[in-house]
Design a protein around this ligand. Structure first.
Ligand code: ZN
Length: 514
């Protein structure tokens, strides 16, 4: 005899249960995020072994929760039901994306998830030693393991897809490496001559002003004021010190940003904070009513990076910004800025200087660093380059793009944490972010005719409101390309970035905008 079944819960009830489950997934992920923040900010070096076990245990638990077959059934029923077809747009996107994420995650064995989480912590610790000692052999075996595990992950998730595309999908959903490579090739063909023109210019900006003595205590106070002025809410976020700046969204009202300090180079902390606060504004601007669900999540890392780059470079290095910021800076640093004008500082900030280290690169050469990493990691994932040959491939490519070779591996292949942290397929999102930022800023300037004057008066709320409405409020309902197209009214193109770099850096170096 059959047990009588309860009537099918209505689609709305089913949707509520699925959302409740997804929000619990998000809670666990936010605990993982908090542990990650602690690892970079507070954890003593010898805490790493225990942290690796915590990370593995939590990742396994989170994976089990995320791949619960009961949730899979709910999502399958929802995806075939009336809400997915005719519900409100945010509900339709939530169902589509939750179902997609569930399927992708359910294809990955629990053992692989735990192994990856543990390896990430251990490999990062090996990277710290390897970089400090400039010793490639310390890191090499860890990268062998990491690339192997990530390839395995790609083939579980998307067995039919190109493995690099499958990995990039974690950071830039919908992106395809062939399309990205074509955009980057076009960008490179404009950037290489611009770098040559800037470095060969007769009238190059002198950045000596920025290398004076800027006391760290004064910097700490100054950058907090700047972050608050552009809209970063310190009631819902905080700023700490780390070796590598980052932004970490712990919860809807808890966004952690970090920076580092250099007493002899003001831009490290100021632009580090403008960058991370730009990420923070995006996190703080995501729709809180959808927290834990796709409409309340960031669209992609490229979109995330567009927000940080927009505030860091397109706002923060502009003449209007310095018109506002100079009196504040002079109050914080009366001695080093005694004889400087706003125009002096602003022009000093646009010096182009090819350098070894990506995170210290100027805005123009930065993209060359990124494109090189994109090509190298893709070659490893595709099996065209062995991990053991990475240092030499790195140095050859660097010499080709920059005209000189790194003196050692610490200043070469060992400089970035990404590969040891399992972030493979992540690098291209930096330059995609620059492309999106330039296009968004051009559209904001078109839509907000008084924008320059507002910035010069220290009023950033008009620009922030524009970004909130066009970008932040969308959450993950659109992939990055359609999102930028919808926000700006034009298909994504690298031409705005090229125009912006040529105009601003051409002017600073006294070269024509040709
Ligand atoms: Zn960033």
């Amino acid at each position: 005899m059959q047990t009588p079944r309860p009537a099918d819960p209505s689609a709305e009830q089913l949707f509520e249960s699925a959302c409740g489950h997804a929000r619990e997934d998000r809670l666990l992920a936010s605990v993982e995020a908090l542990l990650g923040w602690d690892e970079q900010t507070m954890m003593p070096p010898r805490g790493a072994a225990h942290r690796a076990r915590q990370a593995e245990a939590l990742a396994t638990l989170a994976h089990r929760q995320r791949t619960d077959p009961v949730q899979g059934e709910r999502l399958a029923r929802l995806a075939a039901g009336p809400l997915a077809a005719a519900g409100p747009p945010a509900v339709r996107h939530a169902i589509r994306l939750l179902a997609r994420d569930h399927e992708r995650n359910a294809r990955v064995p629990e053992k692989l998830v735990g192994e990856l989480a543990r390896t990430c912590v251990e490999a990062q610790q090996a990277w710290v030693t390897a970089r400090a000692e400039s010793s490639w052999p310390v890191l090499a075996p860890w990268l062998e393991t990491m690339f192997r595990l990530k390839r395995e992950l790609a083939s579980c998730r998307e067995p039919m897809a190109d493995p690099y595309d499958a990995l990039m999908d974690d950071y830039e959903p919908g992106a395809r490496w062939r399309d990205v490579a074509a955009r980057f090739d076009s960008l490179r063909s404009s950037i290489v001559p611009l770098v040559q023109a800037c470095t060969g210019a007769a009238r190059r900006p002198d950045d000596a002003i920025l290398r004076r003595d800027y006391p760290v205590a004064a910097q700490q106070d100054f950058v907090r004021q700047v972050a608050a002025a552009i809209g970063f809410d310190f009631e819902r976020g905080r700023l700490d010190t780390t070796a590598h700046p980052f932004c970490c969204g712990v919860g809807p009202d808890d966004c952690r940003i970090t920076t580092r300090w250099d007493v002899r180079w003001l831009p490290t902390a100021l632009y580090g904070v403008l960058h991370e606060a730009g990420h923070g504004l995006y996190e703080q601007g995501l729709p809180t009513e959808w927290y834990g669900l796709p409409p309340g999540e960031a669209a992609s890392l490229g979109i995330h990076e567009s927000q940080s780059r927009l505030w860091e470079n397109l706002v923060g290095r502009s003449p209007a910004f310095w018109e506002w910021c100079m009196p504040l800076a002079r109050r914080s640093f009366p001695e080093p800025l005694r004889d400087a004008t706003a125009a002096d500082v602003q022009r000093a900030l646009l010096a182009v200087r090819p350098s070894l280290i990506r995170v210290e690169a100027d805005e123009v050469t930065y993209n060359l660093h990124v494109m090189m990493r994109f090509d190298l990691e893709r070659a490893v994932v595709h099996g065209d380059l062995a991990v053991r040959d990475l240092p030499e491939a790195w140095n050859d490519r660097f010499a080709q793009d920059f005209g000189f070779r790194p003196p050692d591996d610490a200043a070469g292949v060992l400089q970035d944490i990404h590969w040891s942290a399992g972030l493979i397929g992540y690098f291209p999102t930096y330059t995609l972010g620059n492309i999106f930022a330039a296009q968004l800023m051009a559209a904001a300037e078109r839509d907000l005719p008084g924008l320059d004057g507002e910035i010069a008066a220290g009023r950033f709320d008009g620009l922030l409101a524009w970004l909130r409405e066009r970008v932040h409020a969308v959450g993950r309902q659109l992939e990055s390309m359609p999102l930028v197209e919808q926000a700006t009214g034009s298909p994504v193109s690298e031409r705005w970035l090229v125009e912006s770099l040529r105009r601003r850096y051409g002017a600073a170096h006294g070269i024509g905008a040709g």
